[in-house]
Ligand binder design. Sequence first.
Ligand SMILES: Cc1cc2nc3c(=O)[nH]c(=O)nc-3n(C[C@H](O)[C@H](O)[C@H](O)COP(=O)(O)OP(=O)(O)OC[C@H]3O[C@@H](n4cnc5c(N)ncnc54)[C@H](O)[C@@H]3O)c2cc1C
Length: 380
Amino acid sequence: MNFSLTEEQLMIQQAARDFAQNELLPGVIDRDEAQKFPKEQVKQMGELGFLGMMVNEKYSGSGLDTLSYVLVMEELSKVDASSSVIVSVNNSLVCWGLETYGTEEQKEKYLHRLATGQIIGAFCLSEPEAGSDATSQKTTAIDKGDHYVLNGTKNWITNGGTAEVYLVIAQTDKEKGHKGINALIVEKGTPGFEIGPKENKLGIRGSDTHSLMFTDVKVPKENRIGEDGFGFKFAMKTLAGGRIGIAAQALGIAAGAYELALQYSKVRKAFGTEICNHQAIAFKLADMHTKIQAARHLVYQAACDKDAGENYDLSGAMAKLYAAETAMEVATEAVQIHGGNGFVKEYHVERLMRDAKITQIYEGTSEIQKIVISRSILRD
Ligand SMILES: Cc1cc2nc3c(=O)[nH]c(=O)nc-3n(C[C@H](O)[C@H](O)[C@H](O)COP(=O)(O)OP(=O)(O)OC[C@H]3O[C@@H](n4cnc5c(N)ncnc54)[C@H](O)[C@@H]3O)c2cc1C
C-alpha cells in the first residue's frame, strides 16, 4: 500500500483546497441557513473539471483516476458537504454509470454537458417503500414496444430540482423480480414528470433533495441503459463506486471538523492555559487524528482498488462504514472541544456535525455496509 501522491494529484488536491477556501467558505453558513443551492459554485466546479473527473476527455471529462476524485471530494467536504454531494452524485452515479454502461449515442448526447457542469444529473433509486431494500421497486416501466410508460414516485433525490437528466430505476417485469428492473434516462420537462417540494433537512441543506412523481411518462426505448433487465445490477454497480465518493465526503467532514478543533484548542484558554494543554482535550485530538488517518487509508485503498481494476465492493463498503462513523464521532467531539461556541453557527463545527449524519444513511446505511462486508468475508 503506497499512497504517495503524484505531482498531478497534489496539484488537483491544492486546486480543490483553494477553491473550497476561496469560493465555498464565503457564504456557506448563509446557504445552509437558507437551504440555498450553490448555483454559482456548481458552475465554477464545472469549469474546473470537478463534475466529470473520471470521464474520458473524448466526452469532455477530466480523464482522471478515482484517487484524484477522492482527493477533491475530501477537500470540498472539509468546508461544504452540500456542494460535495452534488459533485459526488454527478461523478460517481450519473457520469460513471452512463460512461460505463450507456450506448455511444447516450454518451454523446448527455456526457459532454454533464461532465462540464452545463447540466447536472440525478440518480433515482429510492422510493417511499424501497430504501435499504431496493429490490422492492414499486415504480413501473411498462414495455410498449418502442417506448416505456413510467409510473411511480421516487424519494429523497439529490439534485432533484436542479438536474436536467435523471437516471430512473423501475420495474418492468414483476415476475422476474430484480432481474425485471430497468434503468431509464428521463429528461426534465418530459410530460407527466413532476418534481415535489424541496425537503427541509437536518444537514447538507444547500443540496436540493426532492421527491419525484411520474404519471404515464413516455420514455423512448433508446433511453434504456444496458440490456432489458439490467437496471438493478446497474444500480448496485454504480452505488458500489458511489460509496467511495461518499466515504471521501465523510473523511473530508471529519478532517474539516478536526482542523477547526485543533486550531481552537490552541487559542482558547481555561484554567490559565490553552485547552489543548488539558490531557482530556489532547487525548480527544489524538483519537480524532488517528481515526481520520485510518479512514483515509481505507478510502484511498478503495479508490486504488477501483483504479487497478480490482473488485472494490468490500473495500468501498469498509471505507464508507468507517469514514461515516468517524465523521459523526469526530464532528461531535469537535463541537465538544468548542464548548458553547461549538453550538452556534459562526464556528462551522455544528454544521459539520449535522452534515456528518447523512453519510451514515445515504448510498447504503452503516447497517447495510455491515451486511455487504459480512457477506463478503463469510463468502471468502
Ligand atoms: C439527504 C438525502 C439524500 C438522498 N439522495 C438520494 C439519491 O440521490 N438517490 C436515491 O436513490 N436515494 C437517495 N437517498 C435515499 C437514501 O439512500 C435512503 O434514505 C437510504 O438508503 C435508507 O433507506 P430508507 O430511508 O428507506 O431507510 P430504511 O431502509 O427504512 O431503513 C431504516 C433503518 O433500518 C435499517 N435497516 C434496514 N434494513 C436492514 C437490515 N436488513 N438489517 C439491519 N438494519 C436494516 C437501516 O439501516 C436504517 O437504520 C437520499 C436520502 C437522503 C436523506
